[in-house]
Structures are given as C-alpha cells and as structure tokens.
Write a protein that binds this ligand. Structure first.
Ligand SMILES: Nc1ncnc2c1ncn2[C@@H]1O[C@H](COP(=O)(O)OP(=O)(O)OP(=O)(O)O)[C@@H](O)[C@H]1O
Length: 375
C-alpha cells in the first residue's frame, strides 16, 4: 500500500477553532466564551452591529490582541502563543492599508521578503498574485495612483501572494461605493472558489454576509447569537434580534389565541393571523411575529376584507408611502396603528398601488415566524 506523503499530511488547510474564547476590556466582554469551528476552505462571515465583537475575534485570530481566556487552534495546533508574524495568515484589514511609499510591486513583495523568499521565486509569485486580482501592468504605480477598488485588489494580492491557508478580512469593502462593492464581492467569491482558502470576513453589512458566505455567524454583545447557512439565518432566525439584523423585517406583536398542534392563531392589529411553527404555544401568551417584506401580499380592498382567508389571514390597511427600488416597489402600509413594509417585485402585469389606496394584506402561514415575548 502506498505510504501517505508526509508533506501532504502536514500541509496546512486552514481549519480554525475558537475554544471558550473570551476577551474583556475593563469589564466589557468584547468576546464572551466563544466556541466556533470553521472548516478548511470555508467562507465564514462574522456579522453584527458595531460593538458586537466581530473585530475582536479577528484580531485574536491574527494575534494582534491576546485572549483573556480560552484557546485558538488552527489546523489542530494551539495558536495563542504564536506571534502575529508567524501565523501565516493573509490579512486585509482597513487598519493594515497599503504602504503609501511603496509601489504595487513592493507592497505585494513585502510578505515574501519578510519570509526570506528568494528574488526569482518572489517575482514569479508576485506576477501570479497580480494576475489573480487582474492588476498586471500596475506594478510600478504607488497606492495614491490607484482607485479604491484597485487598492483593494492590491491588498488582496498582498494577502494571497505567500499562499496562506487562511485569509482574514475586516470591513474590507466598506470604503468603496455600492457598485464597486458588488463587483469586488463577486471577485472575492471567485478568488475563494479558485484558491480554496479559508476566508473569515468581518462585516456589519448583512447583504455582503448573505451573498458571499458559506456560513454566517451573527454576533450580539460578544456572544454568538446564531450560526448558519445564509438562507437558514434569513428564513429561520433564532430570535427577533437576528431577524431584525439579517434582512428587512416587520414585527407585529400579538397574543396567542389557540394552537392546534400544526399552526397557531395569533390576534394581531385588527385581525388574526395563522402561523405554522414547530414550537407549541399557549393561549394568552404574548408573542412577536416576523414577516419579511417580500412575504407581505397586497390586494385591493374588497368588502368583507379583514377576515381569515384560505392561505392565512387578511388585514385591512392603507398605503401610506411608495418607494421605487428599480426591481421592486416598496410599500409602507398603515394597518391597525402600525406601519408595515411590503416589497413587491416589479412586473409589467403586476398590480401597483398608489398612496391612499385601501388594501388588504395577507401572509402565507409558512412565511410567518413567531418568537416568545418575555413576560
Ligand atoms: N482597545 C479597547 N479598549 C476598550 N474596549 C474595547 C477595545 N477594543 C474594543 N473594545 C470594546 O469591545 C467591544 C467589541 O468591539 P469590536 O471592535 O470587536 O466590535 P465590532 O463588532 O468589530 O464593532 P465595529 O463594527 O464598530 O468595528 C466594544 O464594546 C468595544 O467598545
């Protein structure tokens, strides 16, 4: 039987594990007992509002700060005693910008020089990295002579040039305009598929996290609120915090009327909605119902509206505001003293509504999510 080649066995693959990791700053828990395993080649986004601890986790992994407790492992080896320059990670942080006094070539050469790579090999590696980020021909320019997107590409080239198994990116696209961000997202994703590196990506932009990641880690005050595939986190958020942070959301508070084992009837606004939920509820329980704007159905008002209908329930409302989003219309509808947002994909045949129109809104029972409200 053929022997496994030792060089293959030892080749780093970029698996990461945070084990009981905490970091506190004068009593503020920036990371609070984080347990997280990231597989080799995964693209994982750390998503959360400002102060939720995203950067702290990345800085701990990069070795720029030390944990108060816990351990970090990469490819099964403890990392917390290894200095940052020995961690073999590609870093694209805003605070780790290109060196302004160095040309593109010198910037990309920097990590190779630091690792003592011979000049001839370095030249080849730089050429490969610049080709990967489509920046061949820019070698002699200085960062100030590049656009924001081009600088980002060079920062990426500098991060991948030494072939690290793990790439850390912190709010890397936040300085770019919307169109460029979208382009760079696609390029980073392409690069990820091409290189198969593990990428850990910090962002507060949920669209970015949902479009790019294999898994999203939603952080809340230094803790993990939910980990999952983007669709899972969007469609089945574990609580109202995650639901509100990942995607647009309408929340309607109500009181449970009855639970028949398959679905629950909830008194909300001026009507009753029916939701399919795996959890069981008791009559009188106060709950918060989530409905995504694209799951709100609008129809013109008809006499006898506001009653239950086959696919859920219909509530009476009045269109108060309309926004044209290009591919969809966004309606704000006043219903039972609350403003609900509806997003309707634009189509030539589709019905459109005007401000002041009386409408009926309804939801499919499967599209509603129900969360318990604390007493
Ligand atoms: N050097 C520090 N000294 C004191 N507190 C800090 C320090 N660095 C971070 N914190 C605190 O730790 C918490 C987490 O900060 P962190 O930068 O990780 O959050 P974040 O989610 O990355 O936020 P942002 O999106 O604003 O960068 C915050 O409450 C922050 O104020």
């Amino acid at each position: 039987m053929e022997k496994t080649r030792p060089d293959r066995e030892q080749r780093p693959s970029g698996q990461v594990e945070f084990r009981d990791i905490s970091k506190s700053y004068q009593g503020v828990m920036a990371a609070d007992c984080i347990n997280l395993k990231i597989g080799a080649g995964e693209f994982v986004s750390l998503l959360g509002p400002s102060g939720s601890g995203k950067t702290t986790l990345l800085m701990l992994l990069a070795g720029f700060i030390e944990p108060t407790a816990g351990q970090i492992f990469v490819d099964g080896k403890r990392l917390d005693q290894v200095p940052p320059n020995r961690r073999n990670q590609g870093i694209v942080f805003q605070s780790y910008a290109l060196f302004p006094n160095m040309t593109v070539r010198e910037n990309v050469a920097f990590p190779l020089k630091a690792r003592g790579v011979p000049e001839g090999t370095a030249r080849e590696l730089i050429a490969i990295a610049l080709k990967r980020v489509r920046m061949v021909g820019f070698e002699n320019r200085y960062p100030s002579q590049l656009s924001g997107g081009q600088q980002q590409r060079i920062a990426l080239a500098r991060a991948i040039v030494f072939d690290p198994p793990l790439i850390l990116m912190d709010e890397s696209l936040s300085a770019l305009d919307r169109k460029l961000r979208q382009e760079m997202r696609v390029e980073i994703k392409d690069l990820h598929s091409e290189l198969g590196k593990t990428i850990i990506y910090v962002t507060h932009d949920q669209e970015e996290a949902l479009t790019m990641s294999d898994r999203v880690v939603v952080l809340q005050a230094g803790r993990i609120a939910q980990i999952g595939h983007p669709l899972e986190v969007y469609e089945d958020p574990c609580n109202a915090y995650v639901a509100g942070f990942v995607g647009d959301a309408n929340f309607i508070d109500g009181v449970v009327q009855g639970d028949d084992g398959n679905s629950v009837d909830i008194a909300v606004l001026d009507g009753v909605v029916r939701a399919c939920t795996p959890a069981r509820w008791t009559a009188g329980q106060r709950v918060r119902v989530l409905v995504r704007p694209e799951a709100v159905q609008i129809e013109p008002h008809r006499p006898g509206g506001g009653q239950e209908c086959g696919r859920g329930s219909a509530l009476a409302g009045v269109v108060s505001q309309i926004a044209f989003l290009g591919d969809a219309h966004q309606y704000h509808i006043e219903a039972g003293g609350q403003s609900l947002m509806a997003k309707v994909a634009r189509s030539r045949k589709g019905q459109h509504f005007s401000s002041g129109d009386k409408v009926e809104i309804s939801f499919h029972s499967e599209d509603l999510r129900v969360f318990a409200l604390d007493a």
